[in-house]
Design a protein around this ligand. Sequence first.
Ligand code: 5AD
Ligand code: SF4
Length: 456
Amino acid sequence: MNSYIEKVKAMNKNCEAPPLAHVHNYGCQLNVTDGEKLKGLLLRMGYGFTEIPEEADIVIFNTCAVRENAEERVFGNLGFLKQYKEKNKEMIICVSGCMTEQSSVVEKIKASYKYVDIVFGTNAFEKFPQFVYEIKNGRKHLYDNSGPGSTIPEGIDQVRSSSFKASVPIMYGCNNFCTYCIVPYVRGRERSRAPEDVVAEVKELVSQGYKEIMLLGQNVNSYGNDLDGSIDFPELLRMINAVDGEFIIRFMSSHPKDAGKKLIDAIIDCEKVGNFLHLPVQSGNDAVLERMNRRYTSEQYLGIINYARSKDKDFTFSSDILIGFPNETEEEFADTLRIVEKVRYSNIYSFIYSKREGTRAARIEDAVSYEEKQKRMQRLLELQRNITTEDYKKYTGRTLTVLAEAVGKGGEGTLTGKSSEFIIVNFAGDSSLIGQFVKVKITGARNWAVDGELVR
Ligand code: 5AD
Ligand code: SF4
């Protein structure tokens, strides 16, 4: 890899101005991290960066395959690139990420998007510099078909988009095969990073001043299962919590089947981890959960919630909810509304089921209309809005520790950030506070957020 990086760098040195790269990430934070690694490679190859695809010499669309609408956006945006490439014949267009692990997508690009130069998968970081080199030397197309990952992209520096929030992948891939989900097919089997590599990276980031460390994996709770059983996720959490420095630890996602008392105890014990857990339930109905191959019941799920709240009554949860799994009945959906009411999440991320070719659910004939699913989505969001509004009132009068993240909607002089409970907090403050922890006294709640005043 390094020799190709040097070769491309030497070619780029001969350009009048440094060539520019545009990297557009779709989908989840793990994919964003992959995009940051690709940027790290591009930087070493002598590229600068631009947000404007039109002026780029190399464009990468780092894609997501979880839902159809993300894929449609990629194809739409690829269409736009055609005119740019007509103006700049030297432009190199690359498609990477989860979509490229589906042969139907690669075939479609080959047939209808011939101006795409490089298509490479989730496991081809190492080969990327070579691909760029070959295209720069006259190769027409390169379609990598090495298949989804079996390795870990260790030792590739990232160009991070934030100077105070950093994502740290702890594992790649997924073994769960929820019947609706394409991820296990496009990301391969679970591979955990060595704990010493993770801890070393966290130490380095904290020494650089990062304030939020987000640990990432498709299912962080199976961390270590492939490492001869010597470590699990709660233990890793405790190791990271022991790193010196002022920072907060977040993580996602957690599969409920592997989340138990040990995890909750670690969250409660670790002072750098907020008493908050994103625990995707997907459905509140046991028959649907079984059809989804989720391997827990609603009762087991509620058991985790109750245990956490028995330790801390304000323990906060959020969730992903999948609406309209094939043939979900009105009664089954009503169970989802019921569990949402029981848990009282601080927030939910809800998605209408999207059929993914190759998954088991894709073979099921679905009798429920899309309109009906949209109506269910509205009902769920309405319920959650009421819960959030009601629940957030409890913060009024309390002082929360908040990481100031950006200028707020009110413009200069206003700030927005997140508390350790993952609540969005809006308050007045100077933009020089961005990237720092501040204390905010909460004065009220509205629109999925709370308002407050800086405590000086
Ligand atoms: N359709 C819609 N949503 C999906 N998700 C996963 N697969 C699909 C699909 N086929 C959702 C799940 C998961 C989140 C990351 O994306 O709710 O938790
Ligand atoms: Fe998909 Fe289930 Fe794996 Fe999450 S745990 S990535 S929903 S298969």
